[in-house]
Design a protein around this ligand. Structure first.
Ligand SMILES: Cc1ncc(COP(=O)(O)O)c(C=O)c1O
Length: 461
């Protein structure tokens, strides 16, 4: 960094209210006292002023007490204007508290932590809550944890030898890589369905690619470069009819927690993978797979580890003996800390609907659709081009705004404390992605669009 960059970085940190990294301070500590000071709790500075002002203006803004109280659970959202939950969700007070408790338990119980610290229970809670998150249940299906979605996708595909896999060009990069690796490993055939200029993939085009030899239809529920929402019920029905033995593999990373998914109702051929760091706001490590029960008898993963054994604590040697449930896809020691974080965040989310996660996701869809509509209206008013001419009902929780000087505008917004992100198309041309979230408000979306329009106008003068 040169001197100018250091000044800019310092300004940015001040604007967004970023706290210095606790870990950096810990690593720099020279004494036990220094370490103690670094460890002192101050991870997320609470921005009391925006919360107070918002309450004062609640009448004028049409905000209810219930919405305000829910929002107060997310102090990180008030360190500026946060419109980047499609990329990295900001946690509530609950996830970090759950992680802190998890770590305290190791200190308190030592080896007893599996039972006395309730880790075994926590893993079951994870299975139950994740099943509910995707509209499944533990009778029809089961849940396996993974450190990320790529591992979950790979683990499922490893069990499918050859045949044809259909996917769309709009899939996230990791899907492309995993699909190609699968084809290379198994000699399977890939059919890539093209994306239209506006970033959508017509459902009929995907359905037309479903020939009888198809064994997997792998889709991204929302396309990351356009926000286009796939018609899951139509695709599930078409696949069942045309390829009755095929699997629909849904990457729900961009939708989990903000768009209801009804996995059990979609059929026993629908699997869902995702992980927690976007609208679920739970940081890294909380990946998962929901898979209907019938697949556990036939899909044999290529990887293994001691937690893949049907009774890990029996410490049996020799080849692994797997059960026919979600444990079939496990490998080594579970990611308990990440699971605690996601459970904390799901608990926070559920408070927006009286403790029902299912109802909370429906509410989140209503809230984020209204925020997306606000963005569409504001962009139309400011003369900003949005990728795709579709309504909010055909989008996930974000819109892509077309800009010329993307990196510069993105940086200028960050200096103002406004967080969005940029996906390039060609050079500096591309899309600023702007999202709502379940605890967001329309005035925030208005402010983001106004700032983008101002930055764009400033550059075209
Ligand atoms: C649709 C989608 N799938 C997958 C991923 C990432 O997967 P992983 O958990 O393996 O990093 C992302 C982005 O981070 C995504 O947007």
């Amino acid at each position: 960094m040169d001197a100018g960059q250091r000044v800019a970085a310092a300004q940015l940190a001040a604007k967004v209210g970023a706290a210095p990294s606790r870990l950096t301070a810990m690593l720099a500590a020279k004494s036990p006292e220094g370490l103690r000071a670094a460890v002192a709790p101050a991870a997320v500075p609470v921005a009391a002023e925006p919360a107070r002002l918002r309450r004062e203006l609640a009448g004028a803004l049409g905000l209810t007490e219930a919405d305000l109280a829910f929002r107060d659970l997310y102090p990180g959202l008030d360190l500026g204007i946060y419109a980047c939950s499609h990329s990295m969700g900001v946690p509530s007070v609950a996830g970090p508290a759950a992680v802190a408790e998890h770590l305290e338990q190791v200190g308190r119980h030592g080896i007893g932590v599996w039972d006395e610290g309730a880790w075994v229970l926590l893993m079951d809670q994870y299975r139950e809550r994740v099943a509910e998150l995707v509209g499944g249940n533990l009778t029809d299906g089961d849940v396996t944890w993974f450190p990320n979605a790529s591992e979950a996708l790979s683990a499922v595909l490893e069990g499918i030898e050859g045949g044809t896999l259909v996917y769309s060009a709009g899939h996230f990069t990791t899907g492309h890589y995993v699909h190609h690796q699968w084809a290379q490993n198994t000699g399977g055939k890939l059919v890539e369905v093209p994306v239209d200029e506006d970033g959508s993939v017509p459902t009929a085009r995907l359905i037309a690619a479903l020939t009888p030899d198809v064994r997997v239809l792998s889709i991204s529920h929302v396309l990351f470069e356009s926000g286009w929402l796939q018609d899951l019920p139509a695709l599930a029905a078409a696949l069942k009819q045309r390829c009755p033995d095929a699997l629909l593999l849904v990457d729900a990373y961009q939708t989990c927690g903000s768009v209801p998914i009804d996995a059990a109702a979609l059929g026993d051929h629908v699997a869902v993978v995702a992980a927690g760091h976007k609208q679920l706001r739970s940081g890294t490590g909380a990946g998962f797979l929901y898979l209907p029960r019938r697949w556990y008898a036939t899909l044999t993963p290529k990887r293994t580890g001691w937690w893949n054994h049907r009774a890990p604590f029996a410490f049996e040697k020799g080849p692994v003996v797997r059960a026919e449930d979600g444990t079939r896809f496990r490998s080594g020691t579970p990611t308990v800390m990440a699971q605690a974080m996601l459970l904390g965040e799901l608990a926070a989310l559920a408070t927006s609907a009286n403790g029902s996660l299912t109802a909370a996701i429906q509410r989140a869809r209503g809230v984020t659709s209204r925020l997306v509509q606000t963005l569409l209206d504001a962009c139309a008013r400011e003369g900003l081009a949005v990728r795709g001419a579709w309504p909010a009902s055909q989008r996930g929780a974000f819109v892509c705004i077309e800009v010329e000087a993307g990196p510069a505008i993105n940086e200028a917004l960050a200096h103002q404390g406004i967080r969005v992100d940029f996906r390039p198309r060609e050079g500096d041309r591309g899309w600023l992605r702007v999202s709502g979230n379940a605890a967001g408000f329309p005035y925030e979306m208005e402010a983001v669009v106004t700032a983008i329009a101002r930055e764009r106008a400033g550059r075209s003068r």
